[in-house]
Write a protein that binds this ligand. Structure first.
Ligand SMILES: [Fe+2]
Length: 226
């Protein structure tokens, strides 16, 4: 499978491209509106045609390119069953999204937001903002729930095999990836009971993301400008 990690410097967002080298089908995970031209060029360069756009959740820090990419390529947009209503498909735990040889397995991992998903492909997992590197995403807006986040990370993600590669939606220190083994030793969930983690998360006092008031309303409609 063709794999590319793409970066948006304005919002520190990683977008992931997964492609079938034989059939030519491709999946984009978490594309950013401002990077549509770049992403279409990469697809063209690699002779791939976009079949599926996946969202790990309704983002609060950037506007998704999902609806623009759907218009331009005819790709289907798949999101959580708790995500944007206008998606082509609403995903639940255990679902599989396919583009030729690319088979992505869906994990429902609520906590960062109510609609948070992780996606598995072979030896790697795309963790959105559920699990970032050495810590989790925040859980203080969009129906975030620190207890659910603890369960998603320690129950679902930590049960993956330890050599699974971890690709998050962001890393603000320029680290690109990790493994389940590293996060099981070094994540902020480690060494805390569920109650301790809830208290730890509730004590974090962070401002809302800069683009929150633009990004969330747009992303509820897959990034369409109203
Ligand atoms: Fe997020």
């Amino acid at each position: 499978v063709i794999f590319r990690q793409l970066f948006d410097a304005e919002t520190w967002t990683y977008t992931y491209l997964l492609g079938d080298p034989d059939g030519g089908g491709a999946v984009l995970i978490d594309p950013v509106l401002e990077q549509v031209d770049r992403d279409l060029q990469v697809l063209a360069d690699l002779k791939l045609s976009l079949k599926e756009v996946l969202e790990t959740h309704i983002h609060a820090d950037h506007v998704t390119a999902a609806s623009v990419l759907r218009e331009k390529t005819g790709a289907k947009v798949s999101v959580s069953r708790h995500g944007a209503k206008e998606a082509d498909r609403h995903l639940k735990d255990g679902d599989v999204v396919e583009a030729g040889a690319v088979r992505v397995k869906v994990l429902e991992t609520p906590g960062h937001t109510a609609d948070s998903l992780c996606f598995r492909l072979h030896d790697r997992v795309f963790t959105g903002d559920t699990m970032l590197l050495r810590r989790t995403g925040r859980s203080d807006f969009q129906n975030g729930d620190p207890g659910a986040l603890y369960d998603s990370v320690t129950g679902k993600l930590f049960s993956l095999s330890e050599d699974t590669l971890v690709y998050p939606a962001h890393d603000y220190q320029g680290r690109m990836m990790s493994t389940i083994e590293e996060e099981k030793r070094l994540s902020t969930v480690v060494g805390k009971t569920r109650e301790e983690f809830i208290a730890f998360m509730n004590a974090i006092d962070k401002p809302k993301p800069t683009r929150f008031d633009v990004a969330v309303p747009a992303n509820l409609h897959l990034g369409k400008k109203s």
